[in-house]
Design a binder for this molecule. Structure first.
Ligand SMILES: *[C@@H]1O[C@H](CO)[C@@H](O)[C@H](O)[C@H]1NC(C)=O
Ligand SMILES: *[C@@H]1O[C@H](CO)[C@@H](O)[C@H](O)[C@H]1NC(C)=O
Ligand SMILES: *[C@@H]1O[C@H](CO)[C@@H](O)[C@H](O)[C@H]1NC(C)=O
Ligand SMILES: *[C@@H]1O[C@H](CO)[C@@H](O)[C@H](O)[C@H]1NC(C)=O
Length: 404
C-alpha cells in the first residue's frame, strides 16, 4: 500500500515512528564559526572519568575560534606544569541530549596528535554504562587509524565480521563494558588517514554518525572524498547516499532503545590516563617508557610535547527531526548560527519551564534560499508524560510533513 504524504493517517504515522531509519534528516543544530561554543558546557575540575593528567579549563589557552572561523580545542602548550600538577585541557558537553533519529557530522581539518594525547568525540547517556556510549572519533598517542566503539551493559553485541556491511575491522564484538577490559565493541577504520598525522596531512575530513533505532552507523570521509552533499550549510543529509559505513552496529544484535538513552555529545582531549597512558598501549605507537618513568613524567610536564594536540573544527552539525532533541534532559541547548558560506541564518531555541515539563521549540530560518519552519510545541503537559511526548512527537512530525 502506498500512502501519500497528505493522506497518511495519524495512526499510521505514529506507527511509522516505531520503524527504523528514515534515511533523510534536516539540520536542527549547527555548531560553527563565531558561535561554535554556544550550546556546550565546559567541564571543570580534573579528569575524574578516565584518570587523565589534565584539569578541564575554558580559557583562551584551550578553547577559542580562530581568524578563519574554526573552533580550536587544545591542550595548553604554553604553561609550565610543576611536578605533581596536571596540564590544562578542555572538555565540552552538549547542552542537548539527542534521541534515536539523530545524525552528528563533524568536519575537522586537524585532530590532536602526540604521545600521551587522547582525544575523543563521543556521546553518552545520563547513566553510564546503562544508557550507552558511542565513540565516533577516538585514538591515543601516535595511532593514525580511528577506532569506533559502543559501550553498554551486557546483551548488546556487534555483528561478526562476516555479516557486516562495514569497511572497518571488527575487534571484540561484545559491547558489554564489563568484558574485554572495558574496550567495548570496537571497529578499526581501514583508512590510515582517519586520525593522527595522516588525517592532518590530508587536510582532515568528515565523520558522520547516525544514531537510529535500526542501528548505529559511522562513516569517515577524507578531505578529498567528502560527498558533495555534505557541508556546513547543508540543510539536510541523506544517509542512503553515503555508501558503506566504516563501522556498522545493527539494531538486530543490539536493541538500541534498550541499551541507549538520549545521548549527549562530548568532545575532549585528555592525557595519559586509563587508555593512552598504559605502557603497553603507549608503546604500540610511541617510544618505550624508560623505567621508572611513566607517561606522566615523560610527557605531561613539558609544554613542547603538545604543539600538535589540538582539534581544528570547521563545523559540527546535527541532523534529525523535530523529535530528536530530548526536551526532558536538554538544558536550553540551541543553535543560533550564522553560516559563513551563505547568508542564511538558522535559529532554534528551546525553552523549558519547570515542573510542568512543558517545552516549546521555535524555529525560524531566514536568509538566502531559507525556508521558515513553523513554531512547534512538541511536548507539553504534566502527568501522562509518555503519551504527551508520543503525541507531541507525532504532531511535530505532521507539522514538518506539511512542509515537504
Ligand atoms: C567529576 O567532577 C565534576 C566537577 O567537579 C563533578 O561534577 C562530577 O560529579 C564528578 N564525576 C564523578 C564521576 O566523580
Ligand atoms: C575481523 O577480521 C579481522 C581481519 O580478518 C580479524 O583480525 C578480527 O579478529 C575479526 N574479528 C572478529 C570479531 O571476528
Ligand atoms: C608518529 O607516526 C608518524 C607516521 O604516522 C611517524 O612519522 C612519526 O615518527 C611517529 N612519531 C613517533 C613519536 O613515533
Ligand atoms: C602551541 O601550539 C600552537 C598551535 O599548534 C602553535 O602555533 C604554537 O607555536 C605552540 N607553542 C607555543 C609556545 O605557543
Amino acid at each position: 500500500m502506498i500512502a501519500t504524504k497528505q493522506t497518511l493517517p495519524l495512526a499510521a504515522l505514529a506507527l511509522s515512528l516505531l520503524q527504523p531509519a528514515s534515511a533523510a534528516y534536516d539540520l536542527i543544530v549547527s555548531h560553527a564559526g563565531a558561535s561554535f561554543f554556544d550550546g556546550w558546557t565546559f567541564a571543570t575540575g580534573y579528569d575524574n572519568t578516565t584518570n587523565g593528567d589534565v584539569f578541564w579549563k575554558s580559557d583562551s589557552n584551550v578553547a577559542y575560534v580562530d581568524n578563519a572561523g574554526r573552533a580550536i580545542l587544545k591542550v595548553d602548550n604554553v604553561t609550565d606544569v610543576p611536578y605533581n600538577e596536571k596540564r590544562n585541557s578542555v572538555k565540552l558537553y552538549s547542552k542537548n541530549y539527542y534521541r534515536p533519529g539523530t545524525v552528528w557530522v563533524m568536519d575537522a581539518s586537524h585532530v590532536p596528535v602526540g604521545c600521551s594525547v587522547w582525544p575523543a568525540l563521543f556521546t553518552q547517556g545520563t547513566k553510564w554504562p546503562e544508557h550507552g556510549e558511542i565513540d565516533i572519533f577516538e585514538v591515543v598517542n601516535n595511532e593514525s587509524a580511528n577506532q569506533y566503539a559502543l559501550h553498554t551493559t551486557a546483551g548488546c553485541t556487534a555483528s561478526p565480521n562476516a555479516t557486516l556491511g562495514q569497511s572497518g575491522t571488527a575487534g571484540p564484538t561484545s559491547c558489554n563494558q564489563a568484558e574485554n577490559s572495558g574496550s567495548g565493541c570496537t571497529v578499526r577504520d581501514g583508512n590510515r588517514a582517519s586520525a593522527g598525522e595522516g588525517f592532518n596531512a590530508n587536510g582532515g575530513g568528515v565523520y558522520v554518525a547516525a544514531f537510529e533505532t535500526s542501528g548505529i552507523n559511522i562513516w569517515f570521509f577524507s578531505r578529498d572524498s567528502i560527498p558533495a552533499a555534505l557541508g556546513a550549510a547543508a540543510d539536510n543529509i541523506d544517509l542512503t547516499t553515503l555508501g558503506t559505513p566504516s563501522a556498522s552496529y545493527s539494531g538486530s544484535t543490539c536493541d538500541i532503545n534498550r541499551y541507549f538513552g538520549s545521548q549527549q555529545l562530548t568532545l575532549d582531549i585528555t592525557l595519559c590516563g586509563d587508555f593512552a597512558g598504559g605502557p603497553t598501549i603507549l608503546e604500540q605507537t610511541c617510544p618505550a617508557l624508560i623505567a621508572p618513568q611513566t607517561c606522566y613524567t615523560t610527557y605531561v610536564l613539558d609544554s613542547r610535547n603538545y604543539d600538535r594536540a589540538y582539534f581544528e573544527i570547521n563545523y559540527l552539525n546535527v541532523y534529525g527531526t523535530s523529535d530528536s532533541i530530548d526536551p526532558e534532559l536538554s538544558t536550553g541547548g540551541q543553535a543560533s548560527v550564522t553560516r559563513s558560506s551563505s547568508s542564511a541564518v538558522q535559529t532554534q531555541t528551546a525553552t523549558r519551564s519547570g515542573a510542568s515539563r512543558s517545552m516549546t521549540v521555535t524555529g525560524t530560518t531566514t536568509g538566502a534560499g531559507g525556508n521558515t519552519l513553523p513554531t512547534q510545541t512538541p511536548n507539553s503537559g504534566a502527568g501522562s508524560l509518555n503519551v504527551a511526548v508520543w503525541i507531541g512527537g507525532a504532531a511535530a512530525v505532521v507539522a514538518a510533513w506539511g512542509l515537504l
